[in-house]
Design a protein around this ligand. Structure first.
Ligand code: FES
Length: 145
């Protein structure tokens, strides 16, 4: 007797948006829904428009500056690697209804002997993340009863 299990491994979604000068890459699985993009450039990043990123609604310089601040790095610029910030410039930001974002470097002691360094890391405050203590964006979804 043989057993056959048919399963499909889903490839992560990667989308690209361009204005001819630069291309923004979006990896939705990586997004923690901090809303920094929506608040920072609402004419470019708007969930009510399709596509949700309108690359012609701001200058390339403004788009690059905003993408640089994406805490999860779900947004990036094709072919650009941002220089990491100076560690002495560490910032802690509380996202209303969302995570605590630490930028500028943080070493996390995940297990007794495991240390993981993150240049930017988002810690869950809602305690619903499936990747606790890290935020996975669950805070942005309605609570199940
Ligand atoms: S704060 Fe984002 S999943 Fe909890």
């Amino acid at each position: 007797m043989s057993l056959s299990i048919d399963y499909k491994v889903e490839e992560p979604v990667v989308k690209e948006y361009t204005n001819g000068e630069l291309t923004v890459i979006w990896k939705p699985q990586q997004c923690i829904h901090s809303g920094i993009c929506l608040r920072g450039l609402p004419k470019v990043f708007n969930l009510k428009q399709r596509p949700w990123i309108n690359m012609t609604a701001a200058s390339s310089e403004d788009i690059v500056a905003l993408v640089r601040d994406c805490p999860s790095k779900a947004l990036s610029i094709k072919g650009v690697r941002f220089k990491e910030e100076d560690r002495s410039d560490q910032q802690v930001t509380l996202i209303p209804g969302g995570p605590i974002i630490v930028k500028g470097g943080a070493t996390v002691h995940e297990r007794k002997s495991t240390e993981v360094f993150h240049e930017t890391v988002s810690f869950c405050r809602c305690k619903r993340s499936k990747n606790f203590p890290y935020c996975d964006g669950t805070h942005a979804q309605p609570k199940e009863d």
